[in-house]
Design a protein around this ligand. Structure first.
Ligand code: NZQ
Ligand code: ZN
Length: 394
């Protein structure tokens, strides 16, 4: 096990009706709030009205900025920064999913940054201060409600890039599983795929002697795989929605990576897809992750055998073959298919070959490699995109 520091400062408030406390929580931190939200789901569900009521009851003054798109854009972030300056905003309240939260985090950072906030995404500037922010979560997926990072798409060149800093964790996150009842099946499934991917990015490591976190990851994956279909079967199954919502947070709050090197190549490879094709991040991951596995498993076969056995119950063969590993990867693909997710590019209607361009973009024109399990250069990444298009008979 590696040395590590663990600190997650977000106050997590979980359960039925917790969003009704939003005014009280917000009043603790700010007097002029930017209410940030997405394309309208919170208005349709009535959540918007309840949030406003709670803010008003607690005498919190607010301005608002809606319209965050999935794969959130830099241009709206710039608008938000301007609004914060004009209105002397001292707190940001994000009501929505990962896209809204990431947009809010970047506005919060940008409002205190002297220059173009994009600098912080490309290594030209660093984060030294930010406006604090809180969250009411409406989709369990990205884990941004307690994570220390944000991912934004710059329309100039369609570059989707992350930033991170410990101070970027929200000060509070209110999670009511009932708010997720209205999610379309596809969004629920994309969320499940993302949280599974966050666990796998941590699980596939070469760090030795990490038994406890291995088993925490395996338990998280098994729970997601068991509860995901239940949520699709009955979208108002509170127990299953609660398990999935908690799993989304646990998968990305850094408790699963204590003492282990993590990978993140699949995420970086996926970000090129959702950046260019505006695909849902979870749908990109259900295509990329199996392809990544096929490309890298030979680096550490025992780890992949362990994954197949402990997550999907596939017995190791002990015959020197890769049979159980391949069965494990296929079991993962079958799970994605059962959730209605794409597992090949053509399933997501991506038929053109921009693999070389995406591989170059992902490596910043061959100036970096991706991942740690097997560091990947642009040629490797090109091969992985090809595997994303391979026959399903594999
Ligand atoms: O915009 P509205 O109308 O609200 O609709 C949203 C959106 O269309 C809808 N939705 C959300 N809650 C709903 C709902 N519809 C009905 N009922 C509800 N309760 O769902 C759609 C997707 O929302 P989005 O916020 O885009 O989903 P998600 O939470 O999956 O976020 C994805 C973004 O997070 C980034 C991804 O790259 C992607 O851009 N990530 C952020 C991370 C982080 N900051 O730590 C880590 C992740 O790996 C990820 O990269
Ligand atoms: Zn993700």
């Amino acid at each position: 096990m590696n040395n590590f520091v663990f600190k997650n400062s977000t106050e997590l408030v979980f359960g039925k009706a917790v969003e009704e406390q939003v005014g009280e929580y917000t009043a603790e931190y700010g007097s002029k709030v930017l209410l940030h939200y997405g394309g309208g789901s919170i208005k349709k569900t009535g959540l918007y009205d309840r949030i406003i009521k709670s803010l008003q009851e607690n005498k919190v003054d607010y301005v608002e900025l809606g319209g965050v798109q999935a794969n959130p854009r830099l241009s709206l972030v710039q608008e938000g920064i301007k609004l914060c300056h004009e209105e002397n905003v001292d707190f940001i309240l994000a009501v929505g999913g990962g896209s809204v939260i990431d947009s809010a985090k970047t506005i919060a950072v940008g409002a205190k940054y002297d220059g173009n906030v994009w600098d912080c995404f490309i290594g030209k500037g660093s984060i030294t201060d930010m406006i604090p922010l809180g969250v009411v979560l409406t989709i369990p997926a990205a884990g941004s409600e307690t994570s220390d990072s944000a991912v934004i798409t710059n329309e100039e060149g369609w570059l989707k890039r992350p930033i991170g800093h410990p101070m970027m964790r929200p000060v509070f996150a209110l999670l009511n599983p009932e708010l997720t009842y209205t999610l379309p099946d596809y969004q629920t499934a994309c969320g499940v795929s993302d949280m599974l991917a966050h666990t796998m990015e941590r699980y596939f490591t070469n760090t030795p002697n990490v038994d406890l976190t291995d088993r925490l990851c395996e338990a998280t994956m098994r729970s997601i795989i068991e509860q995901g279909p239940k949520v699709l079967e009955n979208p108002k199954d509170y127990a299953a929605r609660a398990e999935i919502m908690l799993a989304g947070t646990v998968a990305h709050n850094n408790s699963l990576d204590m003492g282990r090197e993590t990978d993140w190549a699949s995420h970086d490879i996926e970000h090129e897809l959702s950046g260019i094709y505006d695909l849902a991040h979870g749908a990109g991951l259900s295509i990329v992750f199996p392809a990544w596995m096929k490309y890298v498993y030979k680096v550490n076969k025992p780890r992949f055998e362990q994954f197949a056995y402990r997550v999907f119950g596939i017995e190791p063969q002990f015959d020197g073959s890769d049979a159980s590993i391949i069965k494990g990867i296929k079991a993962l693909e079958n799970f994605y298919v059962s959730m209605g997710l794409p597992i090949r590019l053509e399933d997501a209607d991506i038929r053109d070959d921009r693999y070389e361009e995406m591989a170059k973009k992902a490596t910043n024109n061959d100036t970096r490699t991706l991942g740690h399990f097997k560091p990947l250069d642009s040629k490797d990444i090109h091969e992985i995109y090809k595997l994303c298009a391979m026959s399903k008979k594999w």
